[in-house]
Design a protein around this ligand. Structure first.
Ligand code: FES
Length: 145
């Protein structure tokens, strides 16, 4: 093959190769869509419905249980109720102002830090924002793009 034919072949097959690569990439993206995680700010409760030291249970956007606890005049915590030891459900104890896991007597402070028992790490927490008298919690969600 001389130089002229080689150039001709290259100019013929280059666009075909590029088109094939593009279609392949689109096919892969169609089969395995890209998922992005983002946060949603969602109203949970009004301060007037949640006295100091009281708690309310919710589910996040993925179905995980969490508890919103008012720990001060304008301070609210949102923590997972899933114990980090073996996954039992923790409860807010108003009198002791801490979370308690009845399975193996794990205890967590109002910020979810371990204060006693076998749990190896703190409770998962959610970002909370108070606007006026409304308590918003930021939940993680997934969107296909
Ligand atoms: S499961 Fe909570 S302390 Fe063991």
């Amino acid at each position: 093959m001389d130089r002229r034919n080689a150039l001709k072949s290259l100019l013929t097959f280059l666009p075909l190769g590029t088109a094939f690569a593009g279609l392949t990439a689109m096919g892969i993206r169609f089969i395995t869509p890209v998922k992005r995680e983002f946060e949603r700010k969602i109203f949970t409760v009004g301060l007037d419905e949640l006295p100091i030291n009281a708690s309310r249970r919710f589910k996040d956007l993925r179905g995980k249980d969490l508890m919103v606890v008012r720990t001060g005049e304008r301070e609210v915590k949102a923590l997972s109720t899933v114990c980090t030891h073996l996954g039992c459900t923790v409860f807010w104890q108003e009198d002791k102002k801490e979370f308690y896991c009845p399975c193996h007597h794990g205890r967590f402070d109002k910020d979810g830090k371990v204060v006693a028992g076998p749990p190896p790490k703190p409770l998962d927490s959610y970002k909370v924002e108070i606007e006026g008298d409304n308590v918003y919690v930021y939940f993680k969600d997934i969107k296909e793009v």
